[in-house]
Design a protein around this ligand. Sequence first.
Ligand code: HEC
Length: 103
Amino acid sequence: MRRLLGPAGLLLALATSVAAAADKTIPMPPDHAYATLKPGPGVEVTRQQCVSCHSTDYIVMQPRGDAKQWDGVVTKMIKVFGAPVNDQDAKTIVEYLATQYGN
Ligand code: HEC
């Protein structure tokens, strides 16, 4: 009996499904109004990078803080929790947070 899917076929199927998954966008359910980030430079990047694991209410309910404090939060998200945020975006996000949610 001939096998339908040899190891090569299986690999191909896997690779295809991985490629398909990369194209997939997952629409997030609307967040509650309370969690809406204040408008300002960097708000788009912050929304994109900071909403994939938890609601942005984690951000808006934090005590106000300066850039140093927000840098600590963003660094923790990246180093401890594995947030895939590059250096440039991290800088933009810290500036945004320190301006809109600063002292
Ligand atoms: C990879 C997942 C992930 C991403 C992306 C992420 N976070 Fe978090 N965040 C977490 C986890 C996990 C916690 C801790 C949750 C808990 O303690 O219940 C957390 C908690 C927080 C808290 C609560 C205070 C604290 O220090 O625990 C804040 C504020 C926060 N995140 C801000 C951000 C910001 C700003 C971004 C965007 C740069 C971000 N998060 C992106 C995983 C993530």
